[in-house]
Design a protein around this ligand. Sequence first.
Ligand code: HEM
Length: 253
Amino acid sequence: MDIIKKREEKVKLGEIDNYGTDFLGLLLQAYHDVDENRRILVEDLIDECKTFYIVGQEPINSLLSWTVLLLAIHTDWQEKAREEVIELFGHQNPHPDDLSKLNIVTMIINEALRLYPPAVGFPRKCDSEVRLGKFILPANIHLFISNLVAHHDPGIWGDDAHLFNPERFSGGVAKATSNNVAAYFPFGFGPRTCVGFNFATMGAKIVLMMILQRYRFTLSPAYVHSPVVHFVLYPQHGIQVILHSLKSEEGPS
Ligand code: HEM
């Protein structure tokens, strides 16, 4: 509330002439909208801030944790990813405009999201009776649509569904799912699909690349595999890896 009040105060005192063009600014404009029908309540404003604060961090932390685990085990893919990053960016910080050039890193992120989707599913309610394949779903039924289940279905992904194989995404999602793209939905689908999709994948790629530029990592014997769902899918006991600085490997410079 402090941040909100400070911004409102600045507008009141004429220090700034609008609430700002960032997300909070847009929410504040909606809260102060002169048109009653468009105006939002202070509770809505606070709820939106809470939602973005939580969903803006936890799922990305989850994605990065599982990706680091997978690459600590599959060091061949870690090496391939590092080669790609060094070739594209050298030791410079990656620039968001160049992320579309990434191939291997994108395949790895896709595969990590398949095996360990941070949001393992989402609830839906049928407004009216609907046919879903051979099922008739009655009105008002509550459903939990699990991407975790779909992402591990050998009928879609093949016998290696449970294995880490980023190569399956080399031709994109359509090829990986044999043109059944709805079978892969780490960010949901339809009108309520994740609004943070681009931000999340961009952030995760940048952090991963910055780690790859600086460290080789292997799995610590202390690691105990125990994925649990508590809002997101996270490693209950953390992910212990051993970092090897690439600077020290290169020798003194
Ligand atoms: C790896 C990271 C993320 C994953 C896997 C993820 C996944 C999801 C999923 C599965 C949904 C439900 C979609 C549906 O009901 O169809 C969702 C909704 C949402 N996500 Fe994300 N998310 C991630 C990051 C983010 C970030 C960074 C933000 C914001 C900065 C964000 C904001 C939202 C919001 C606001 C919704 C609700 C959309 C609505 O109900 O209209 N997410 N996300």
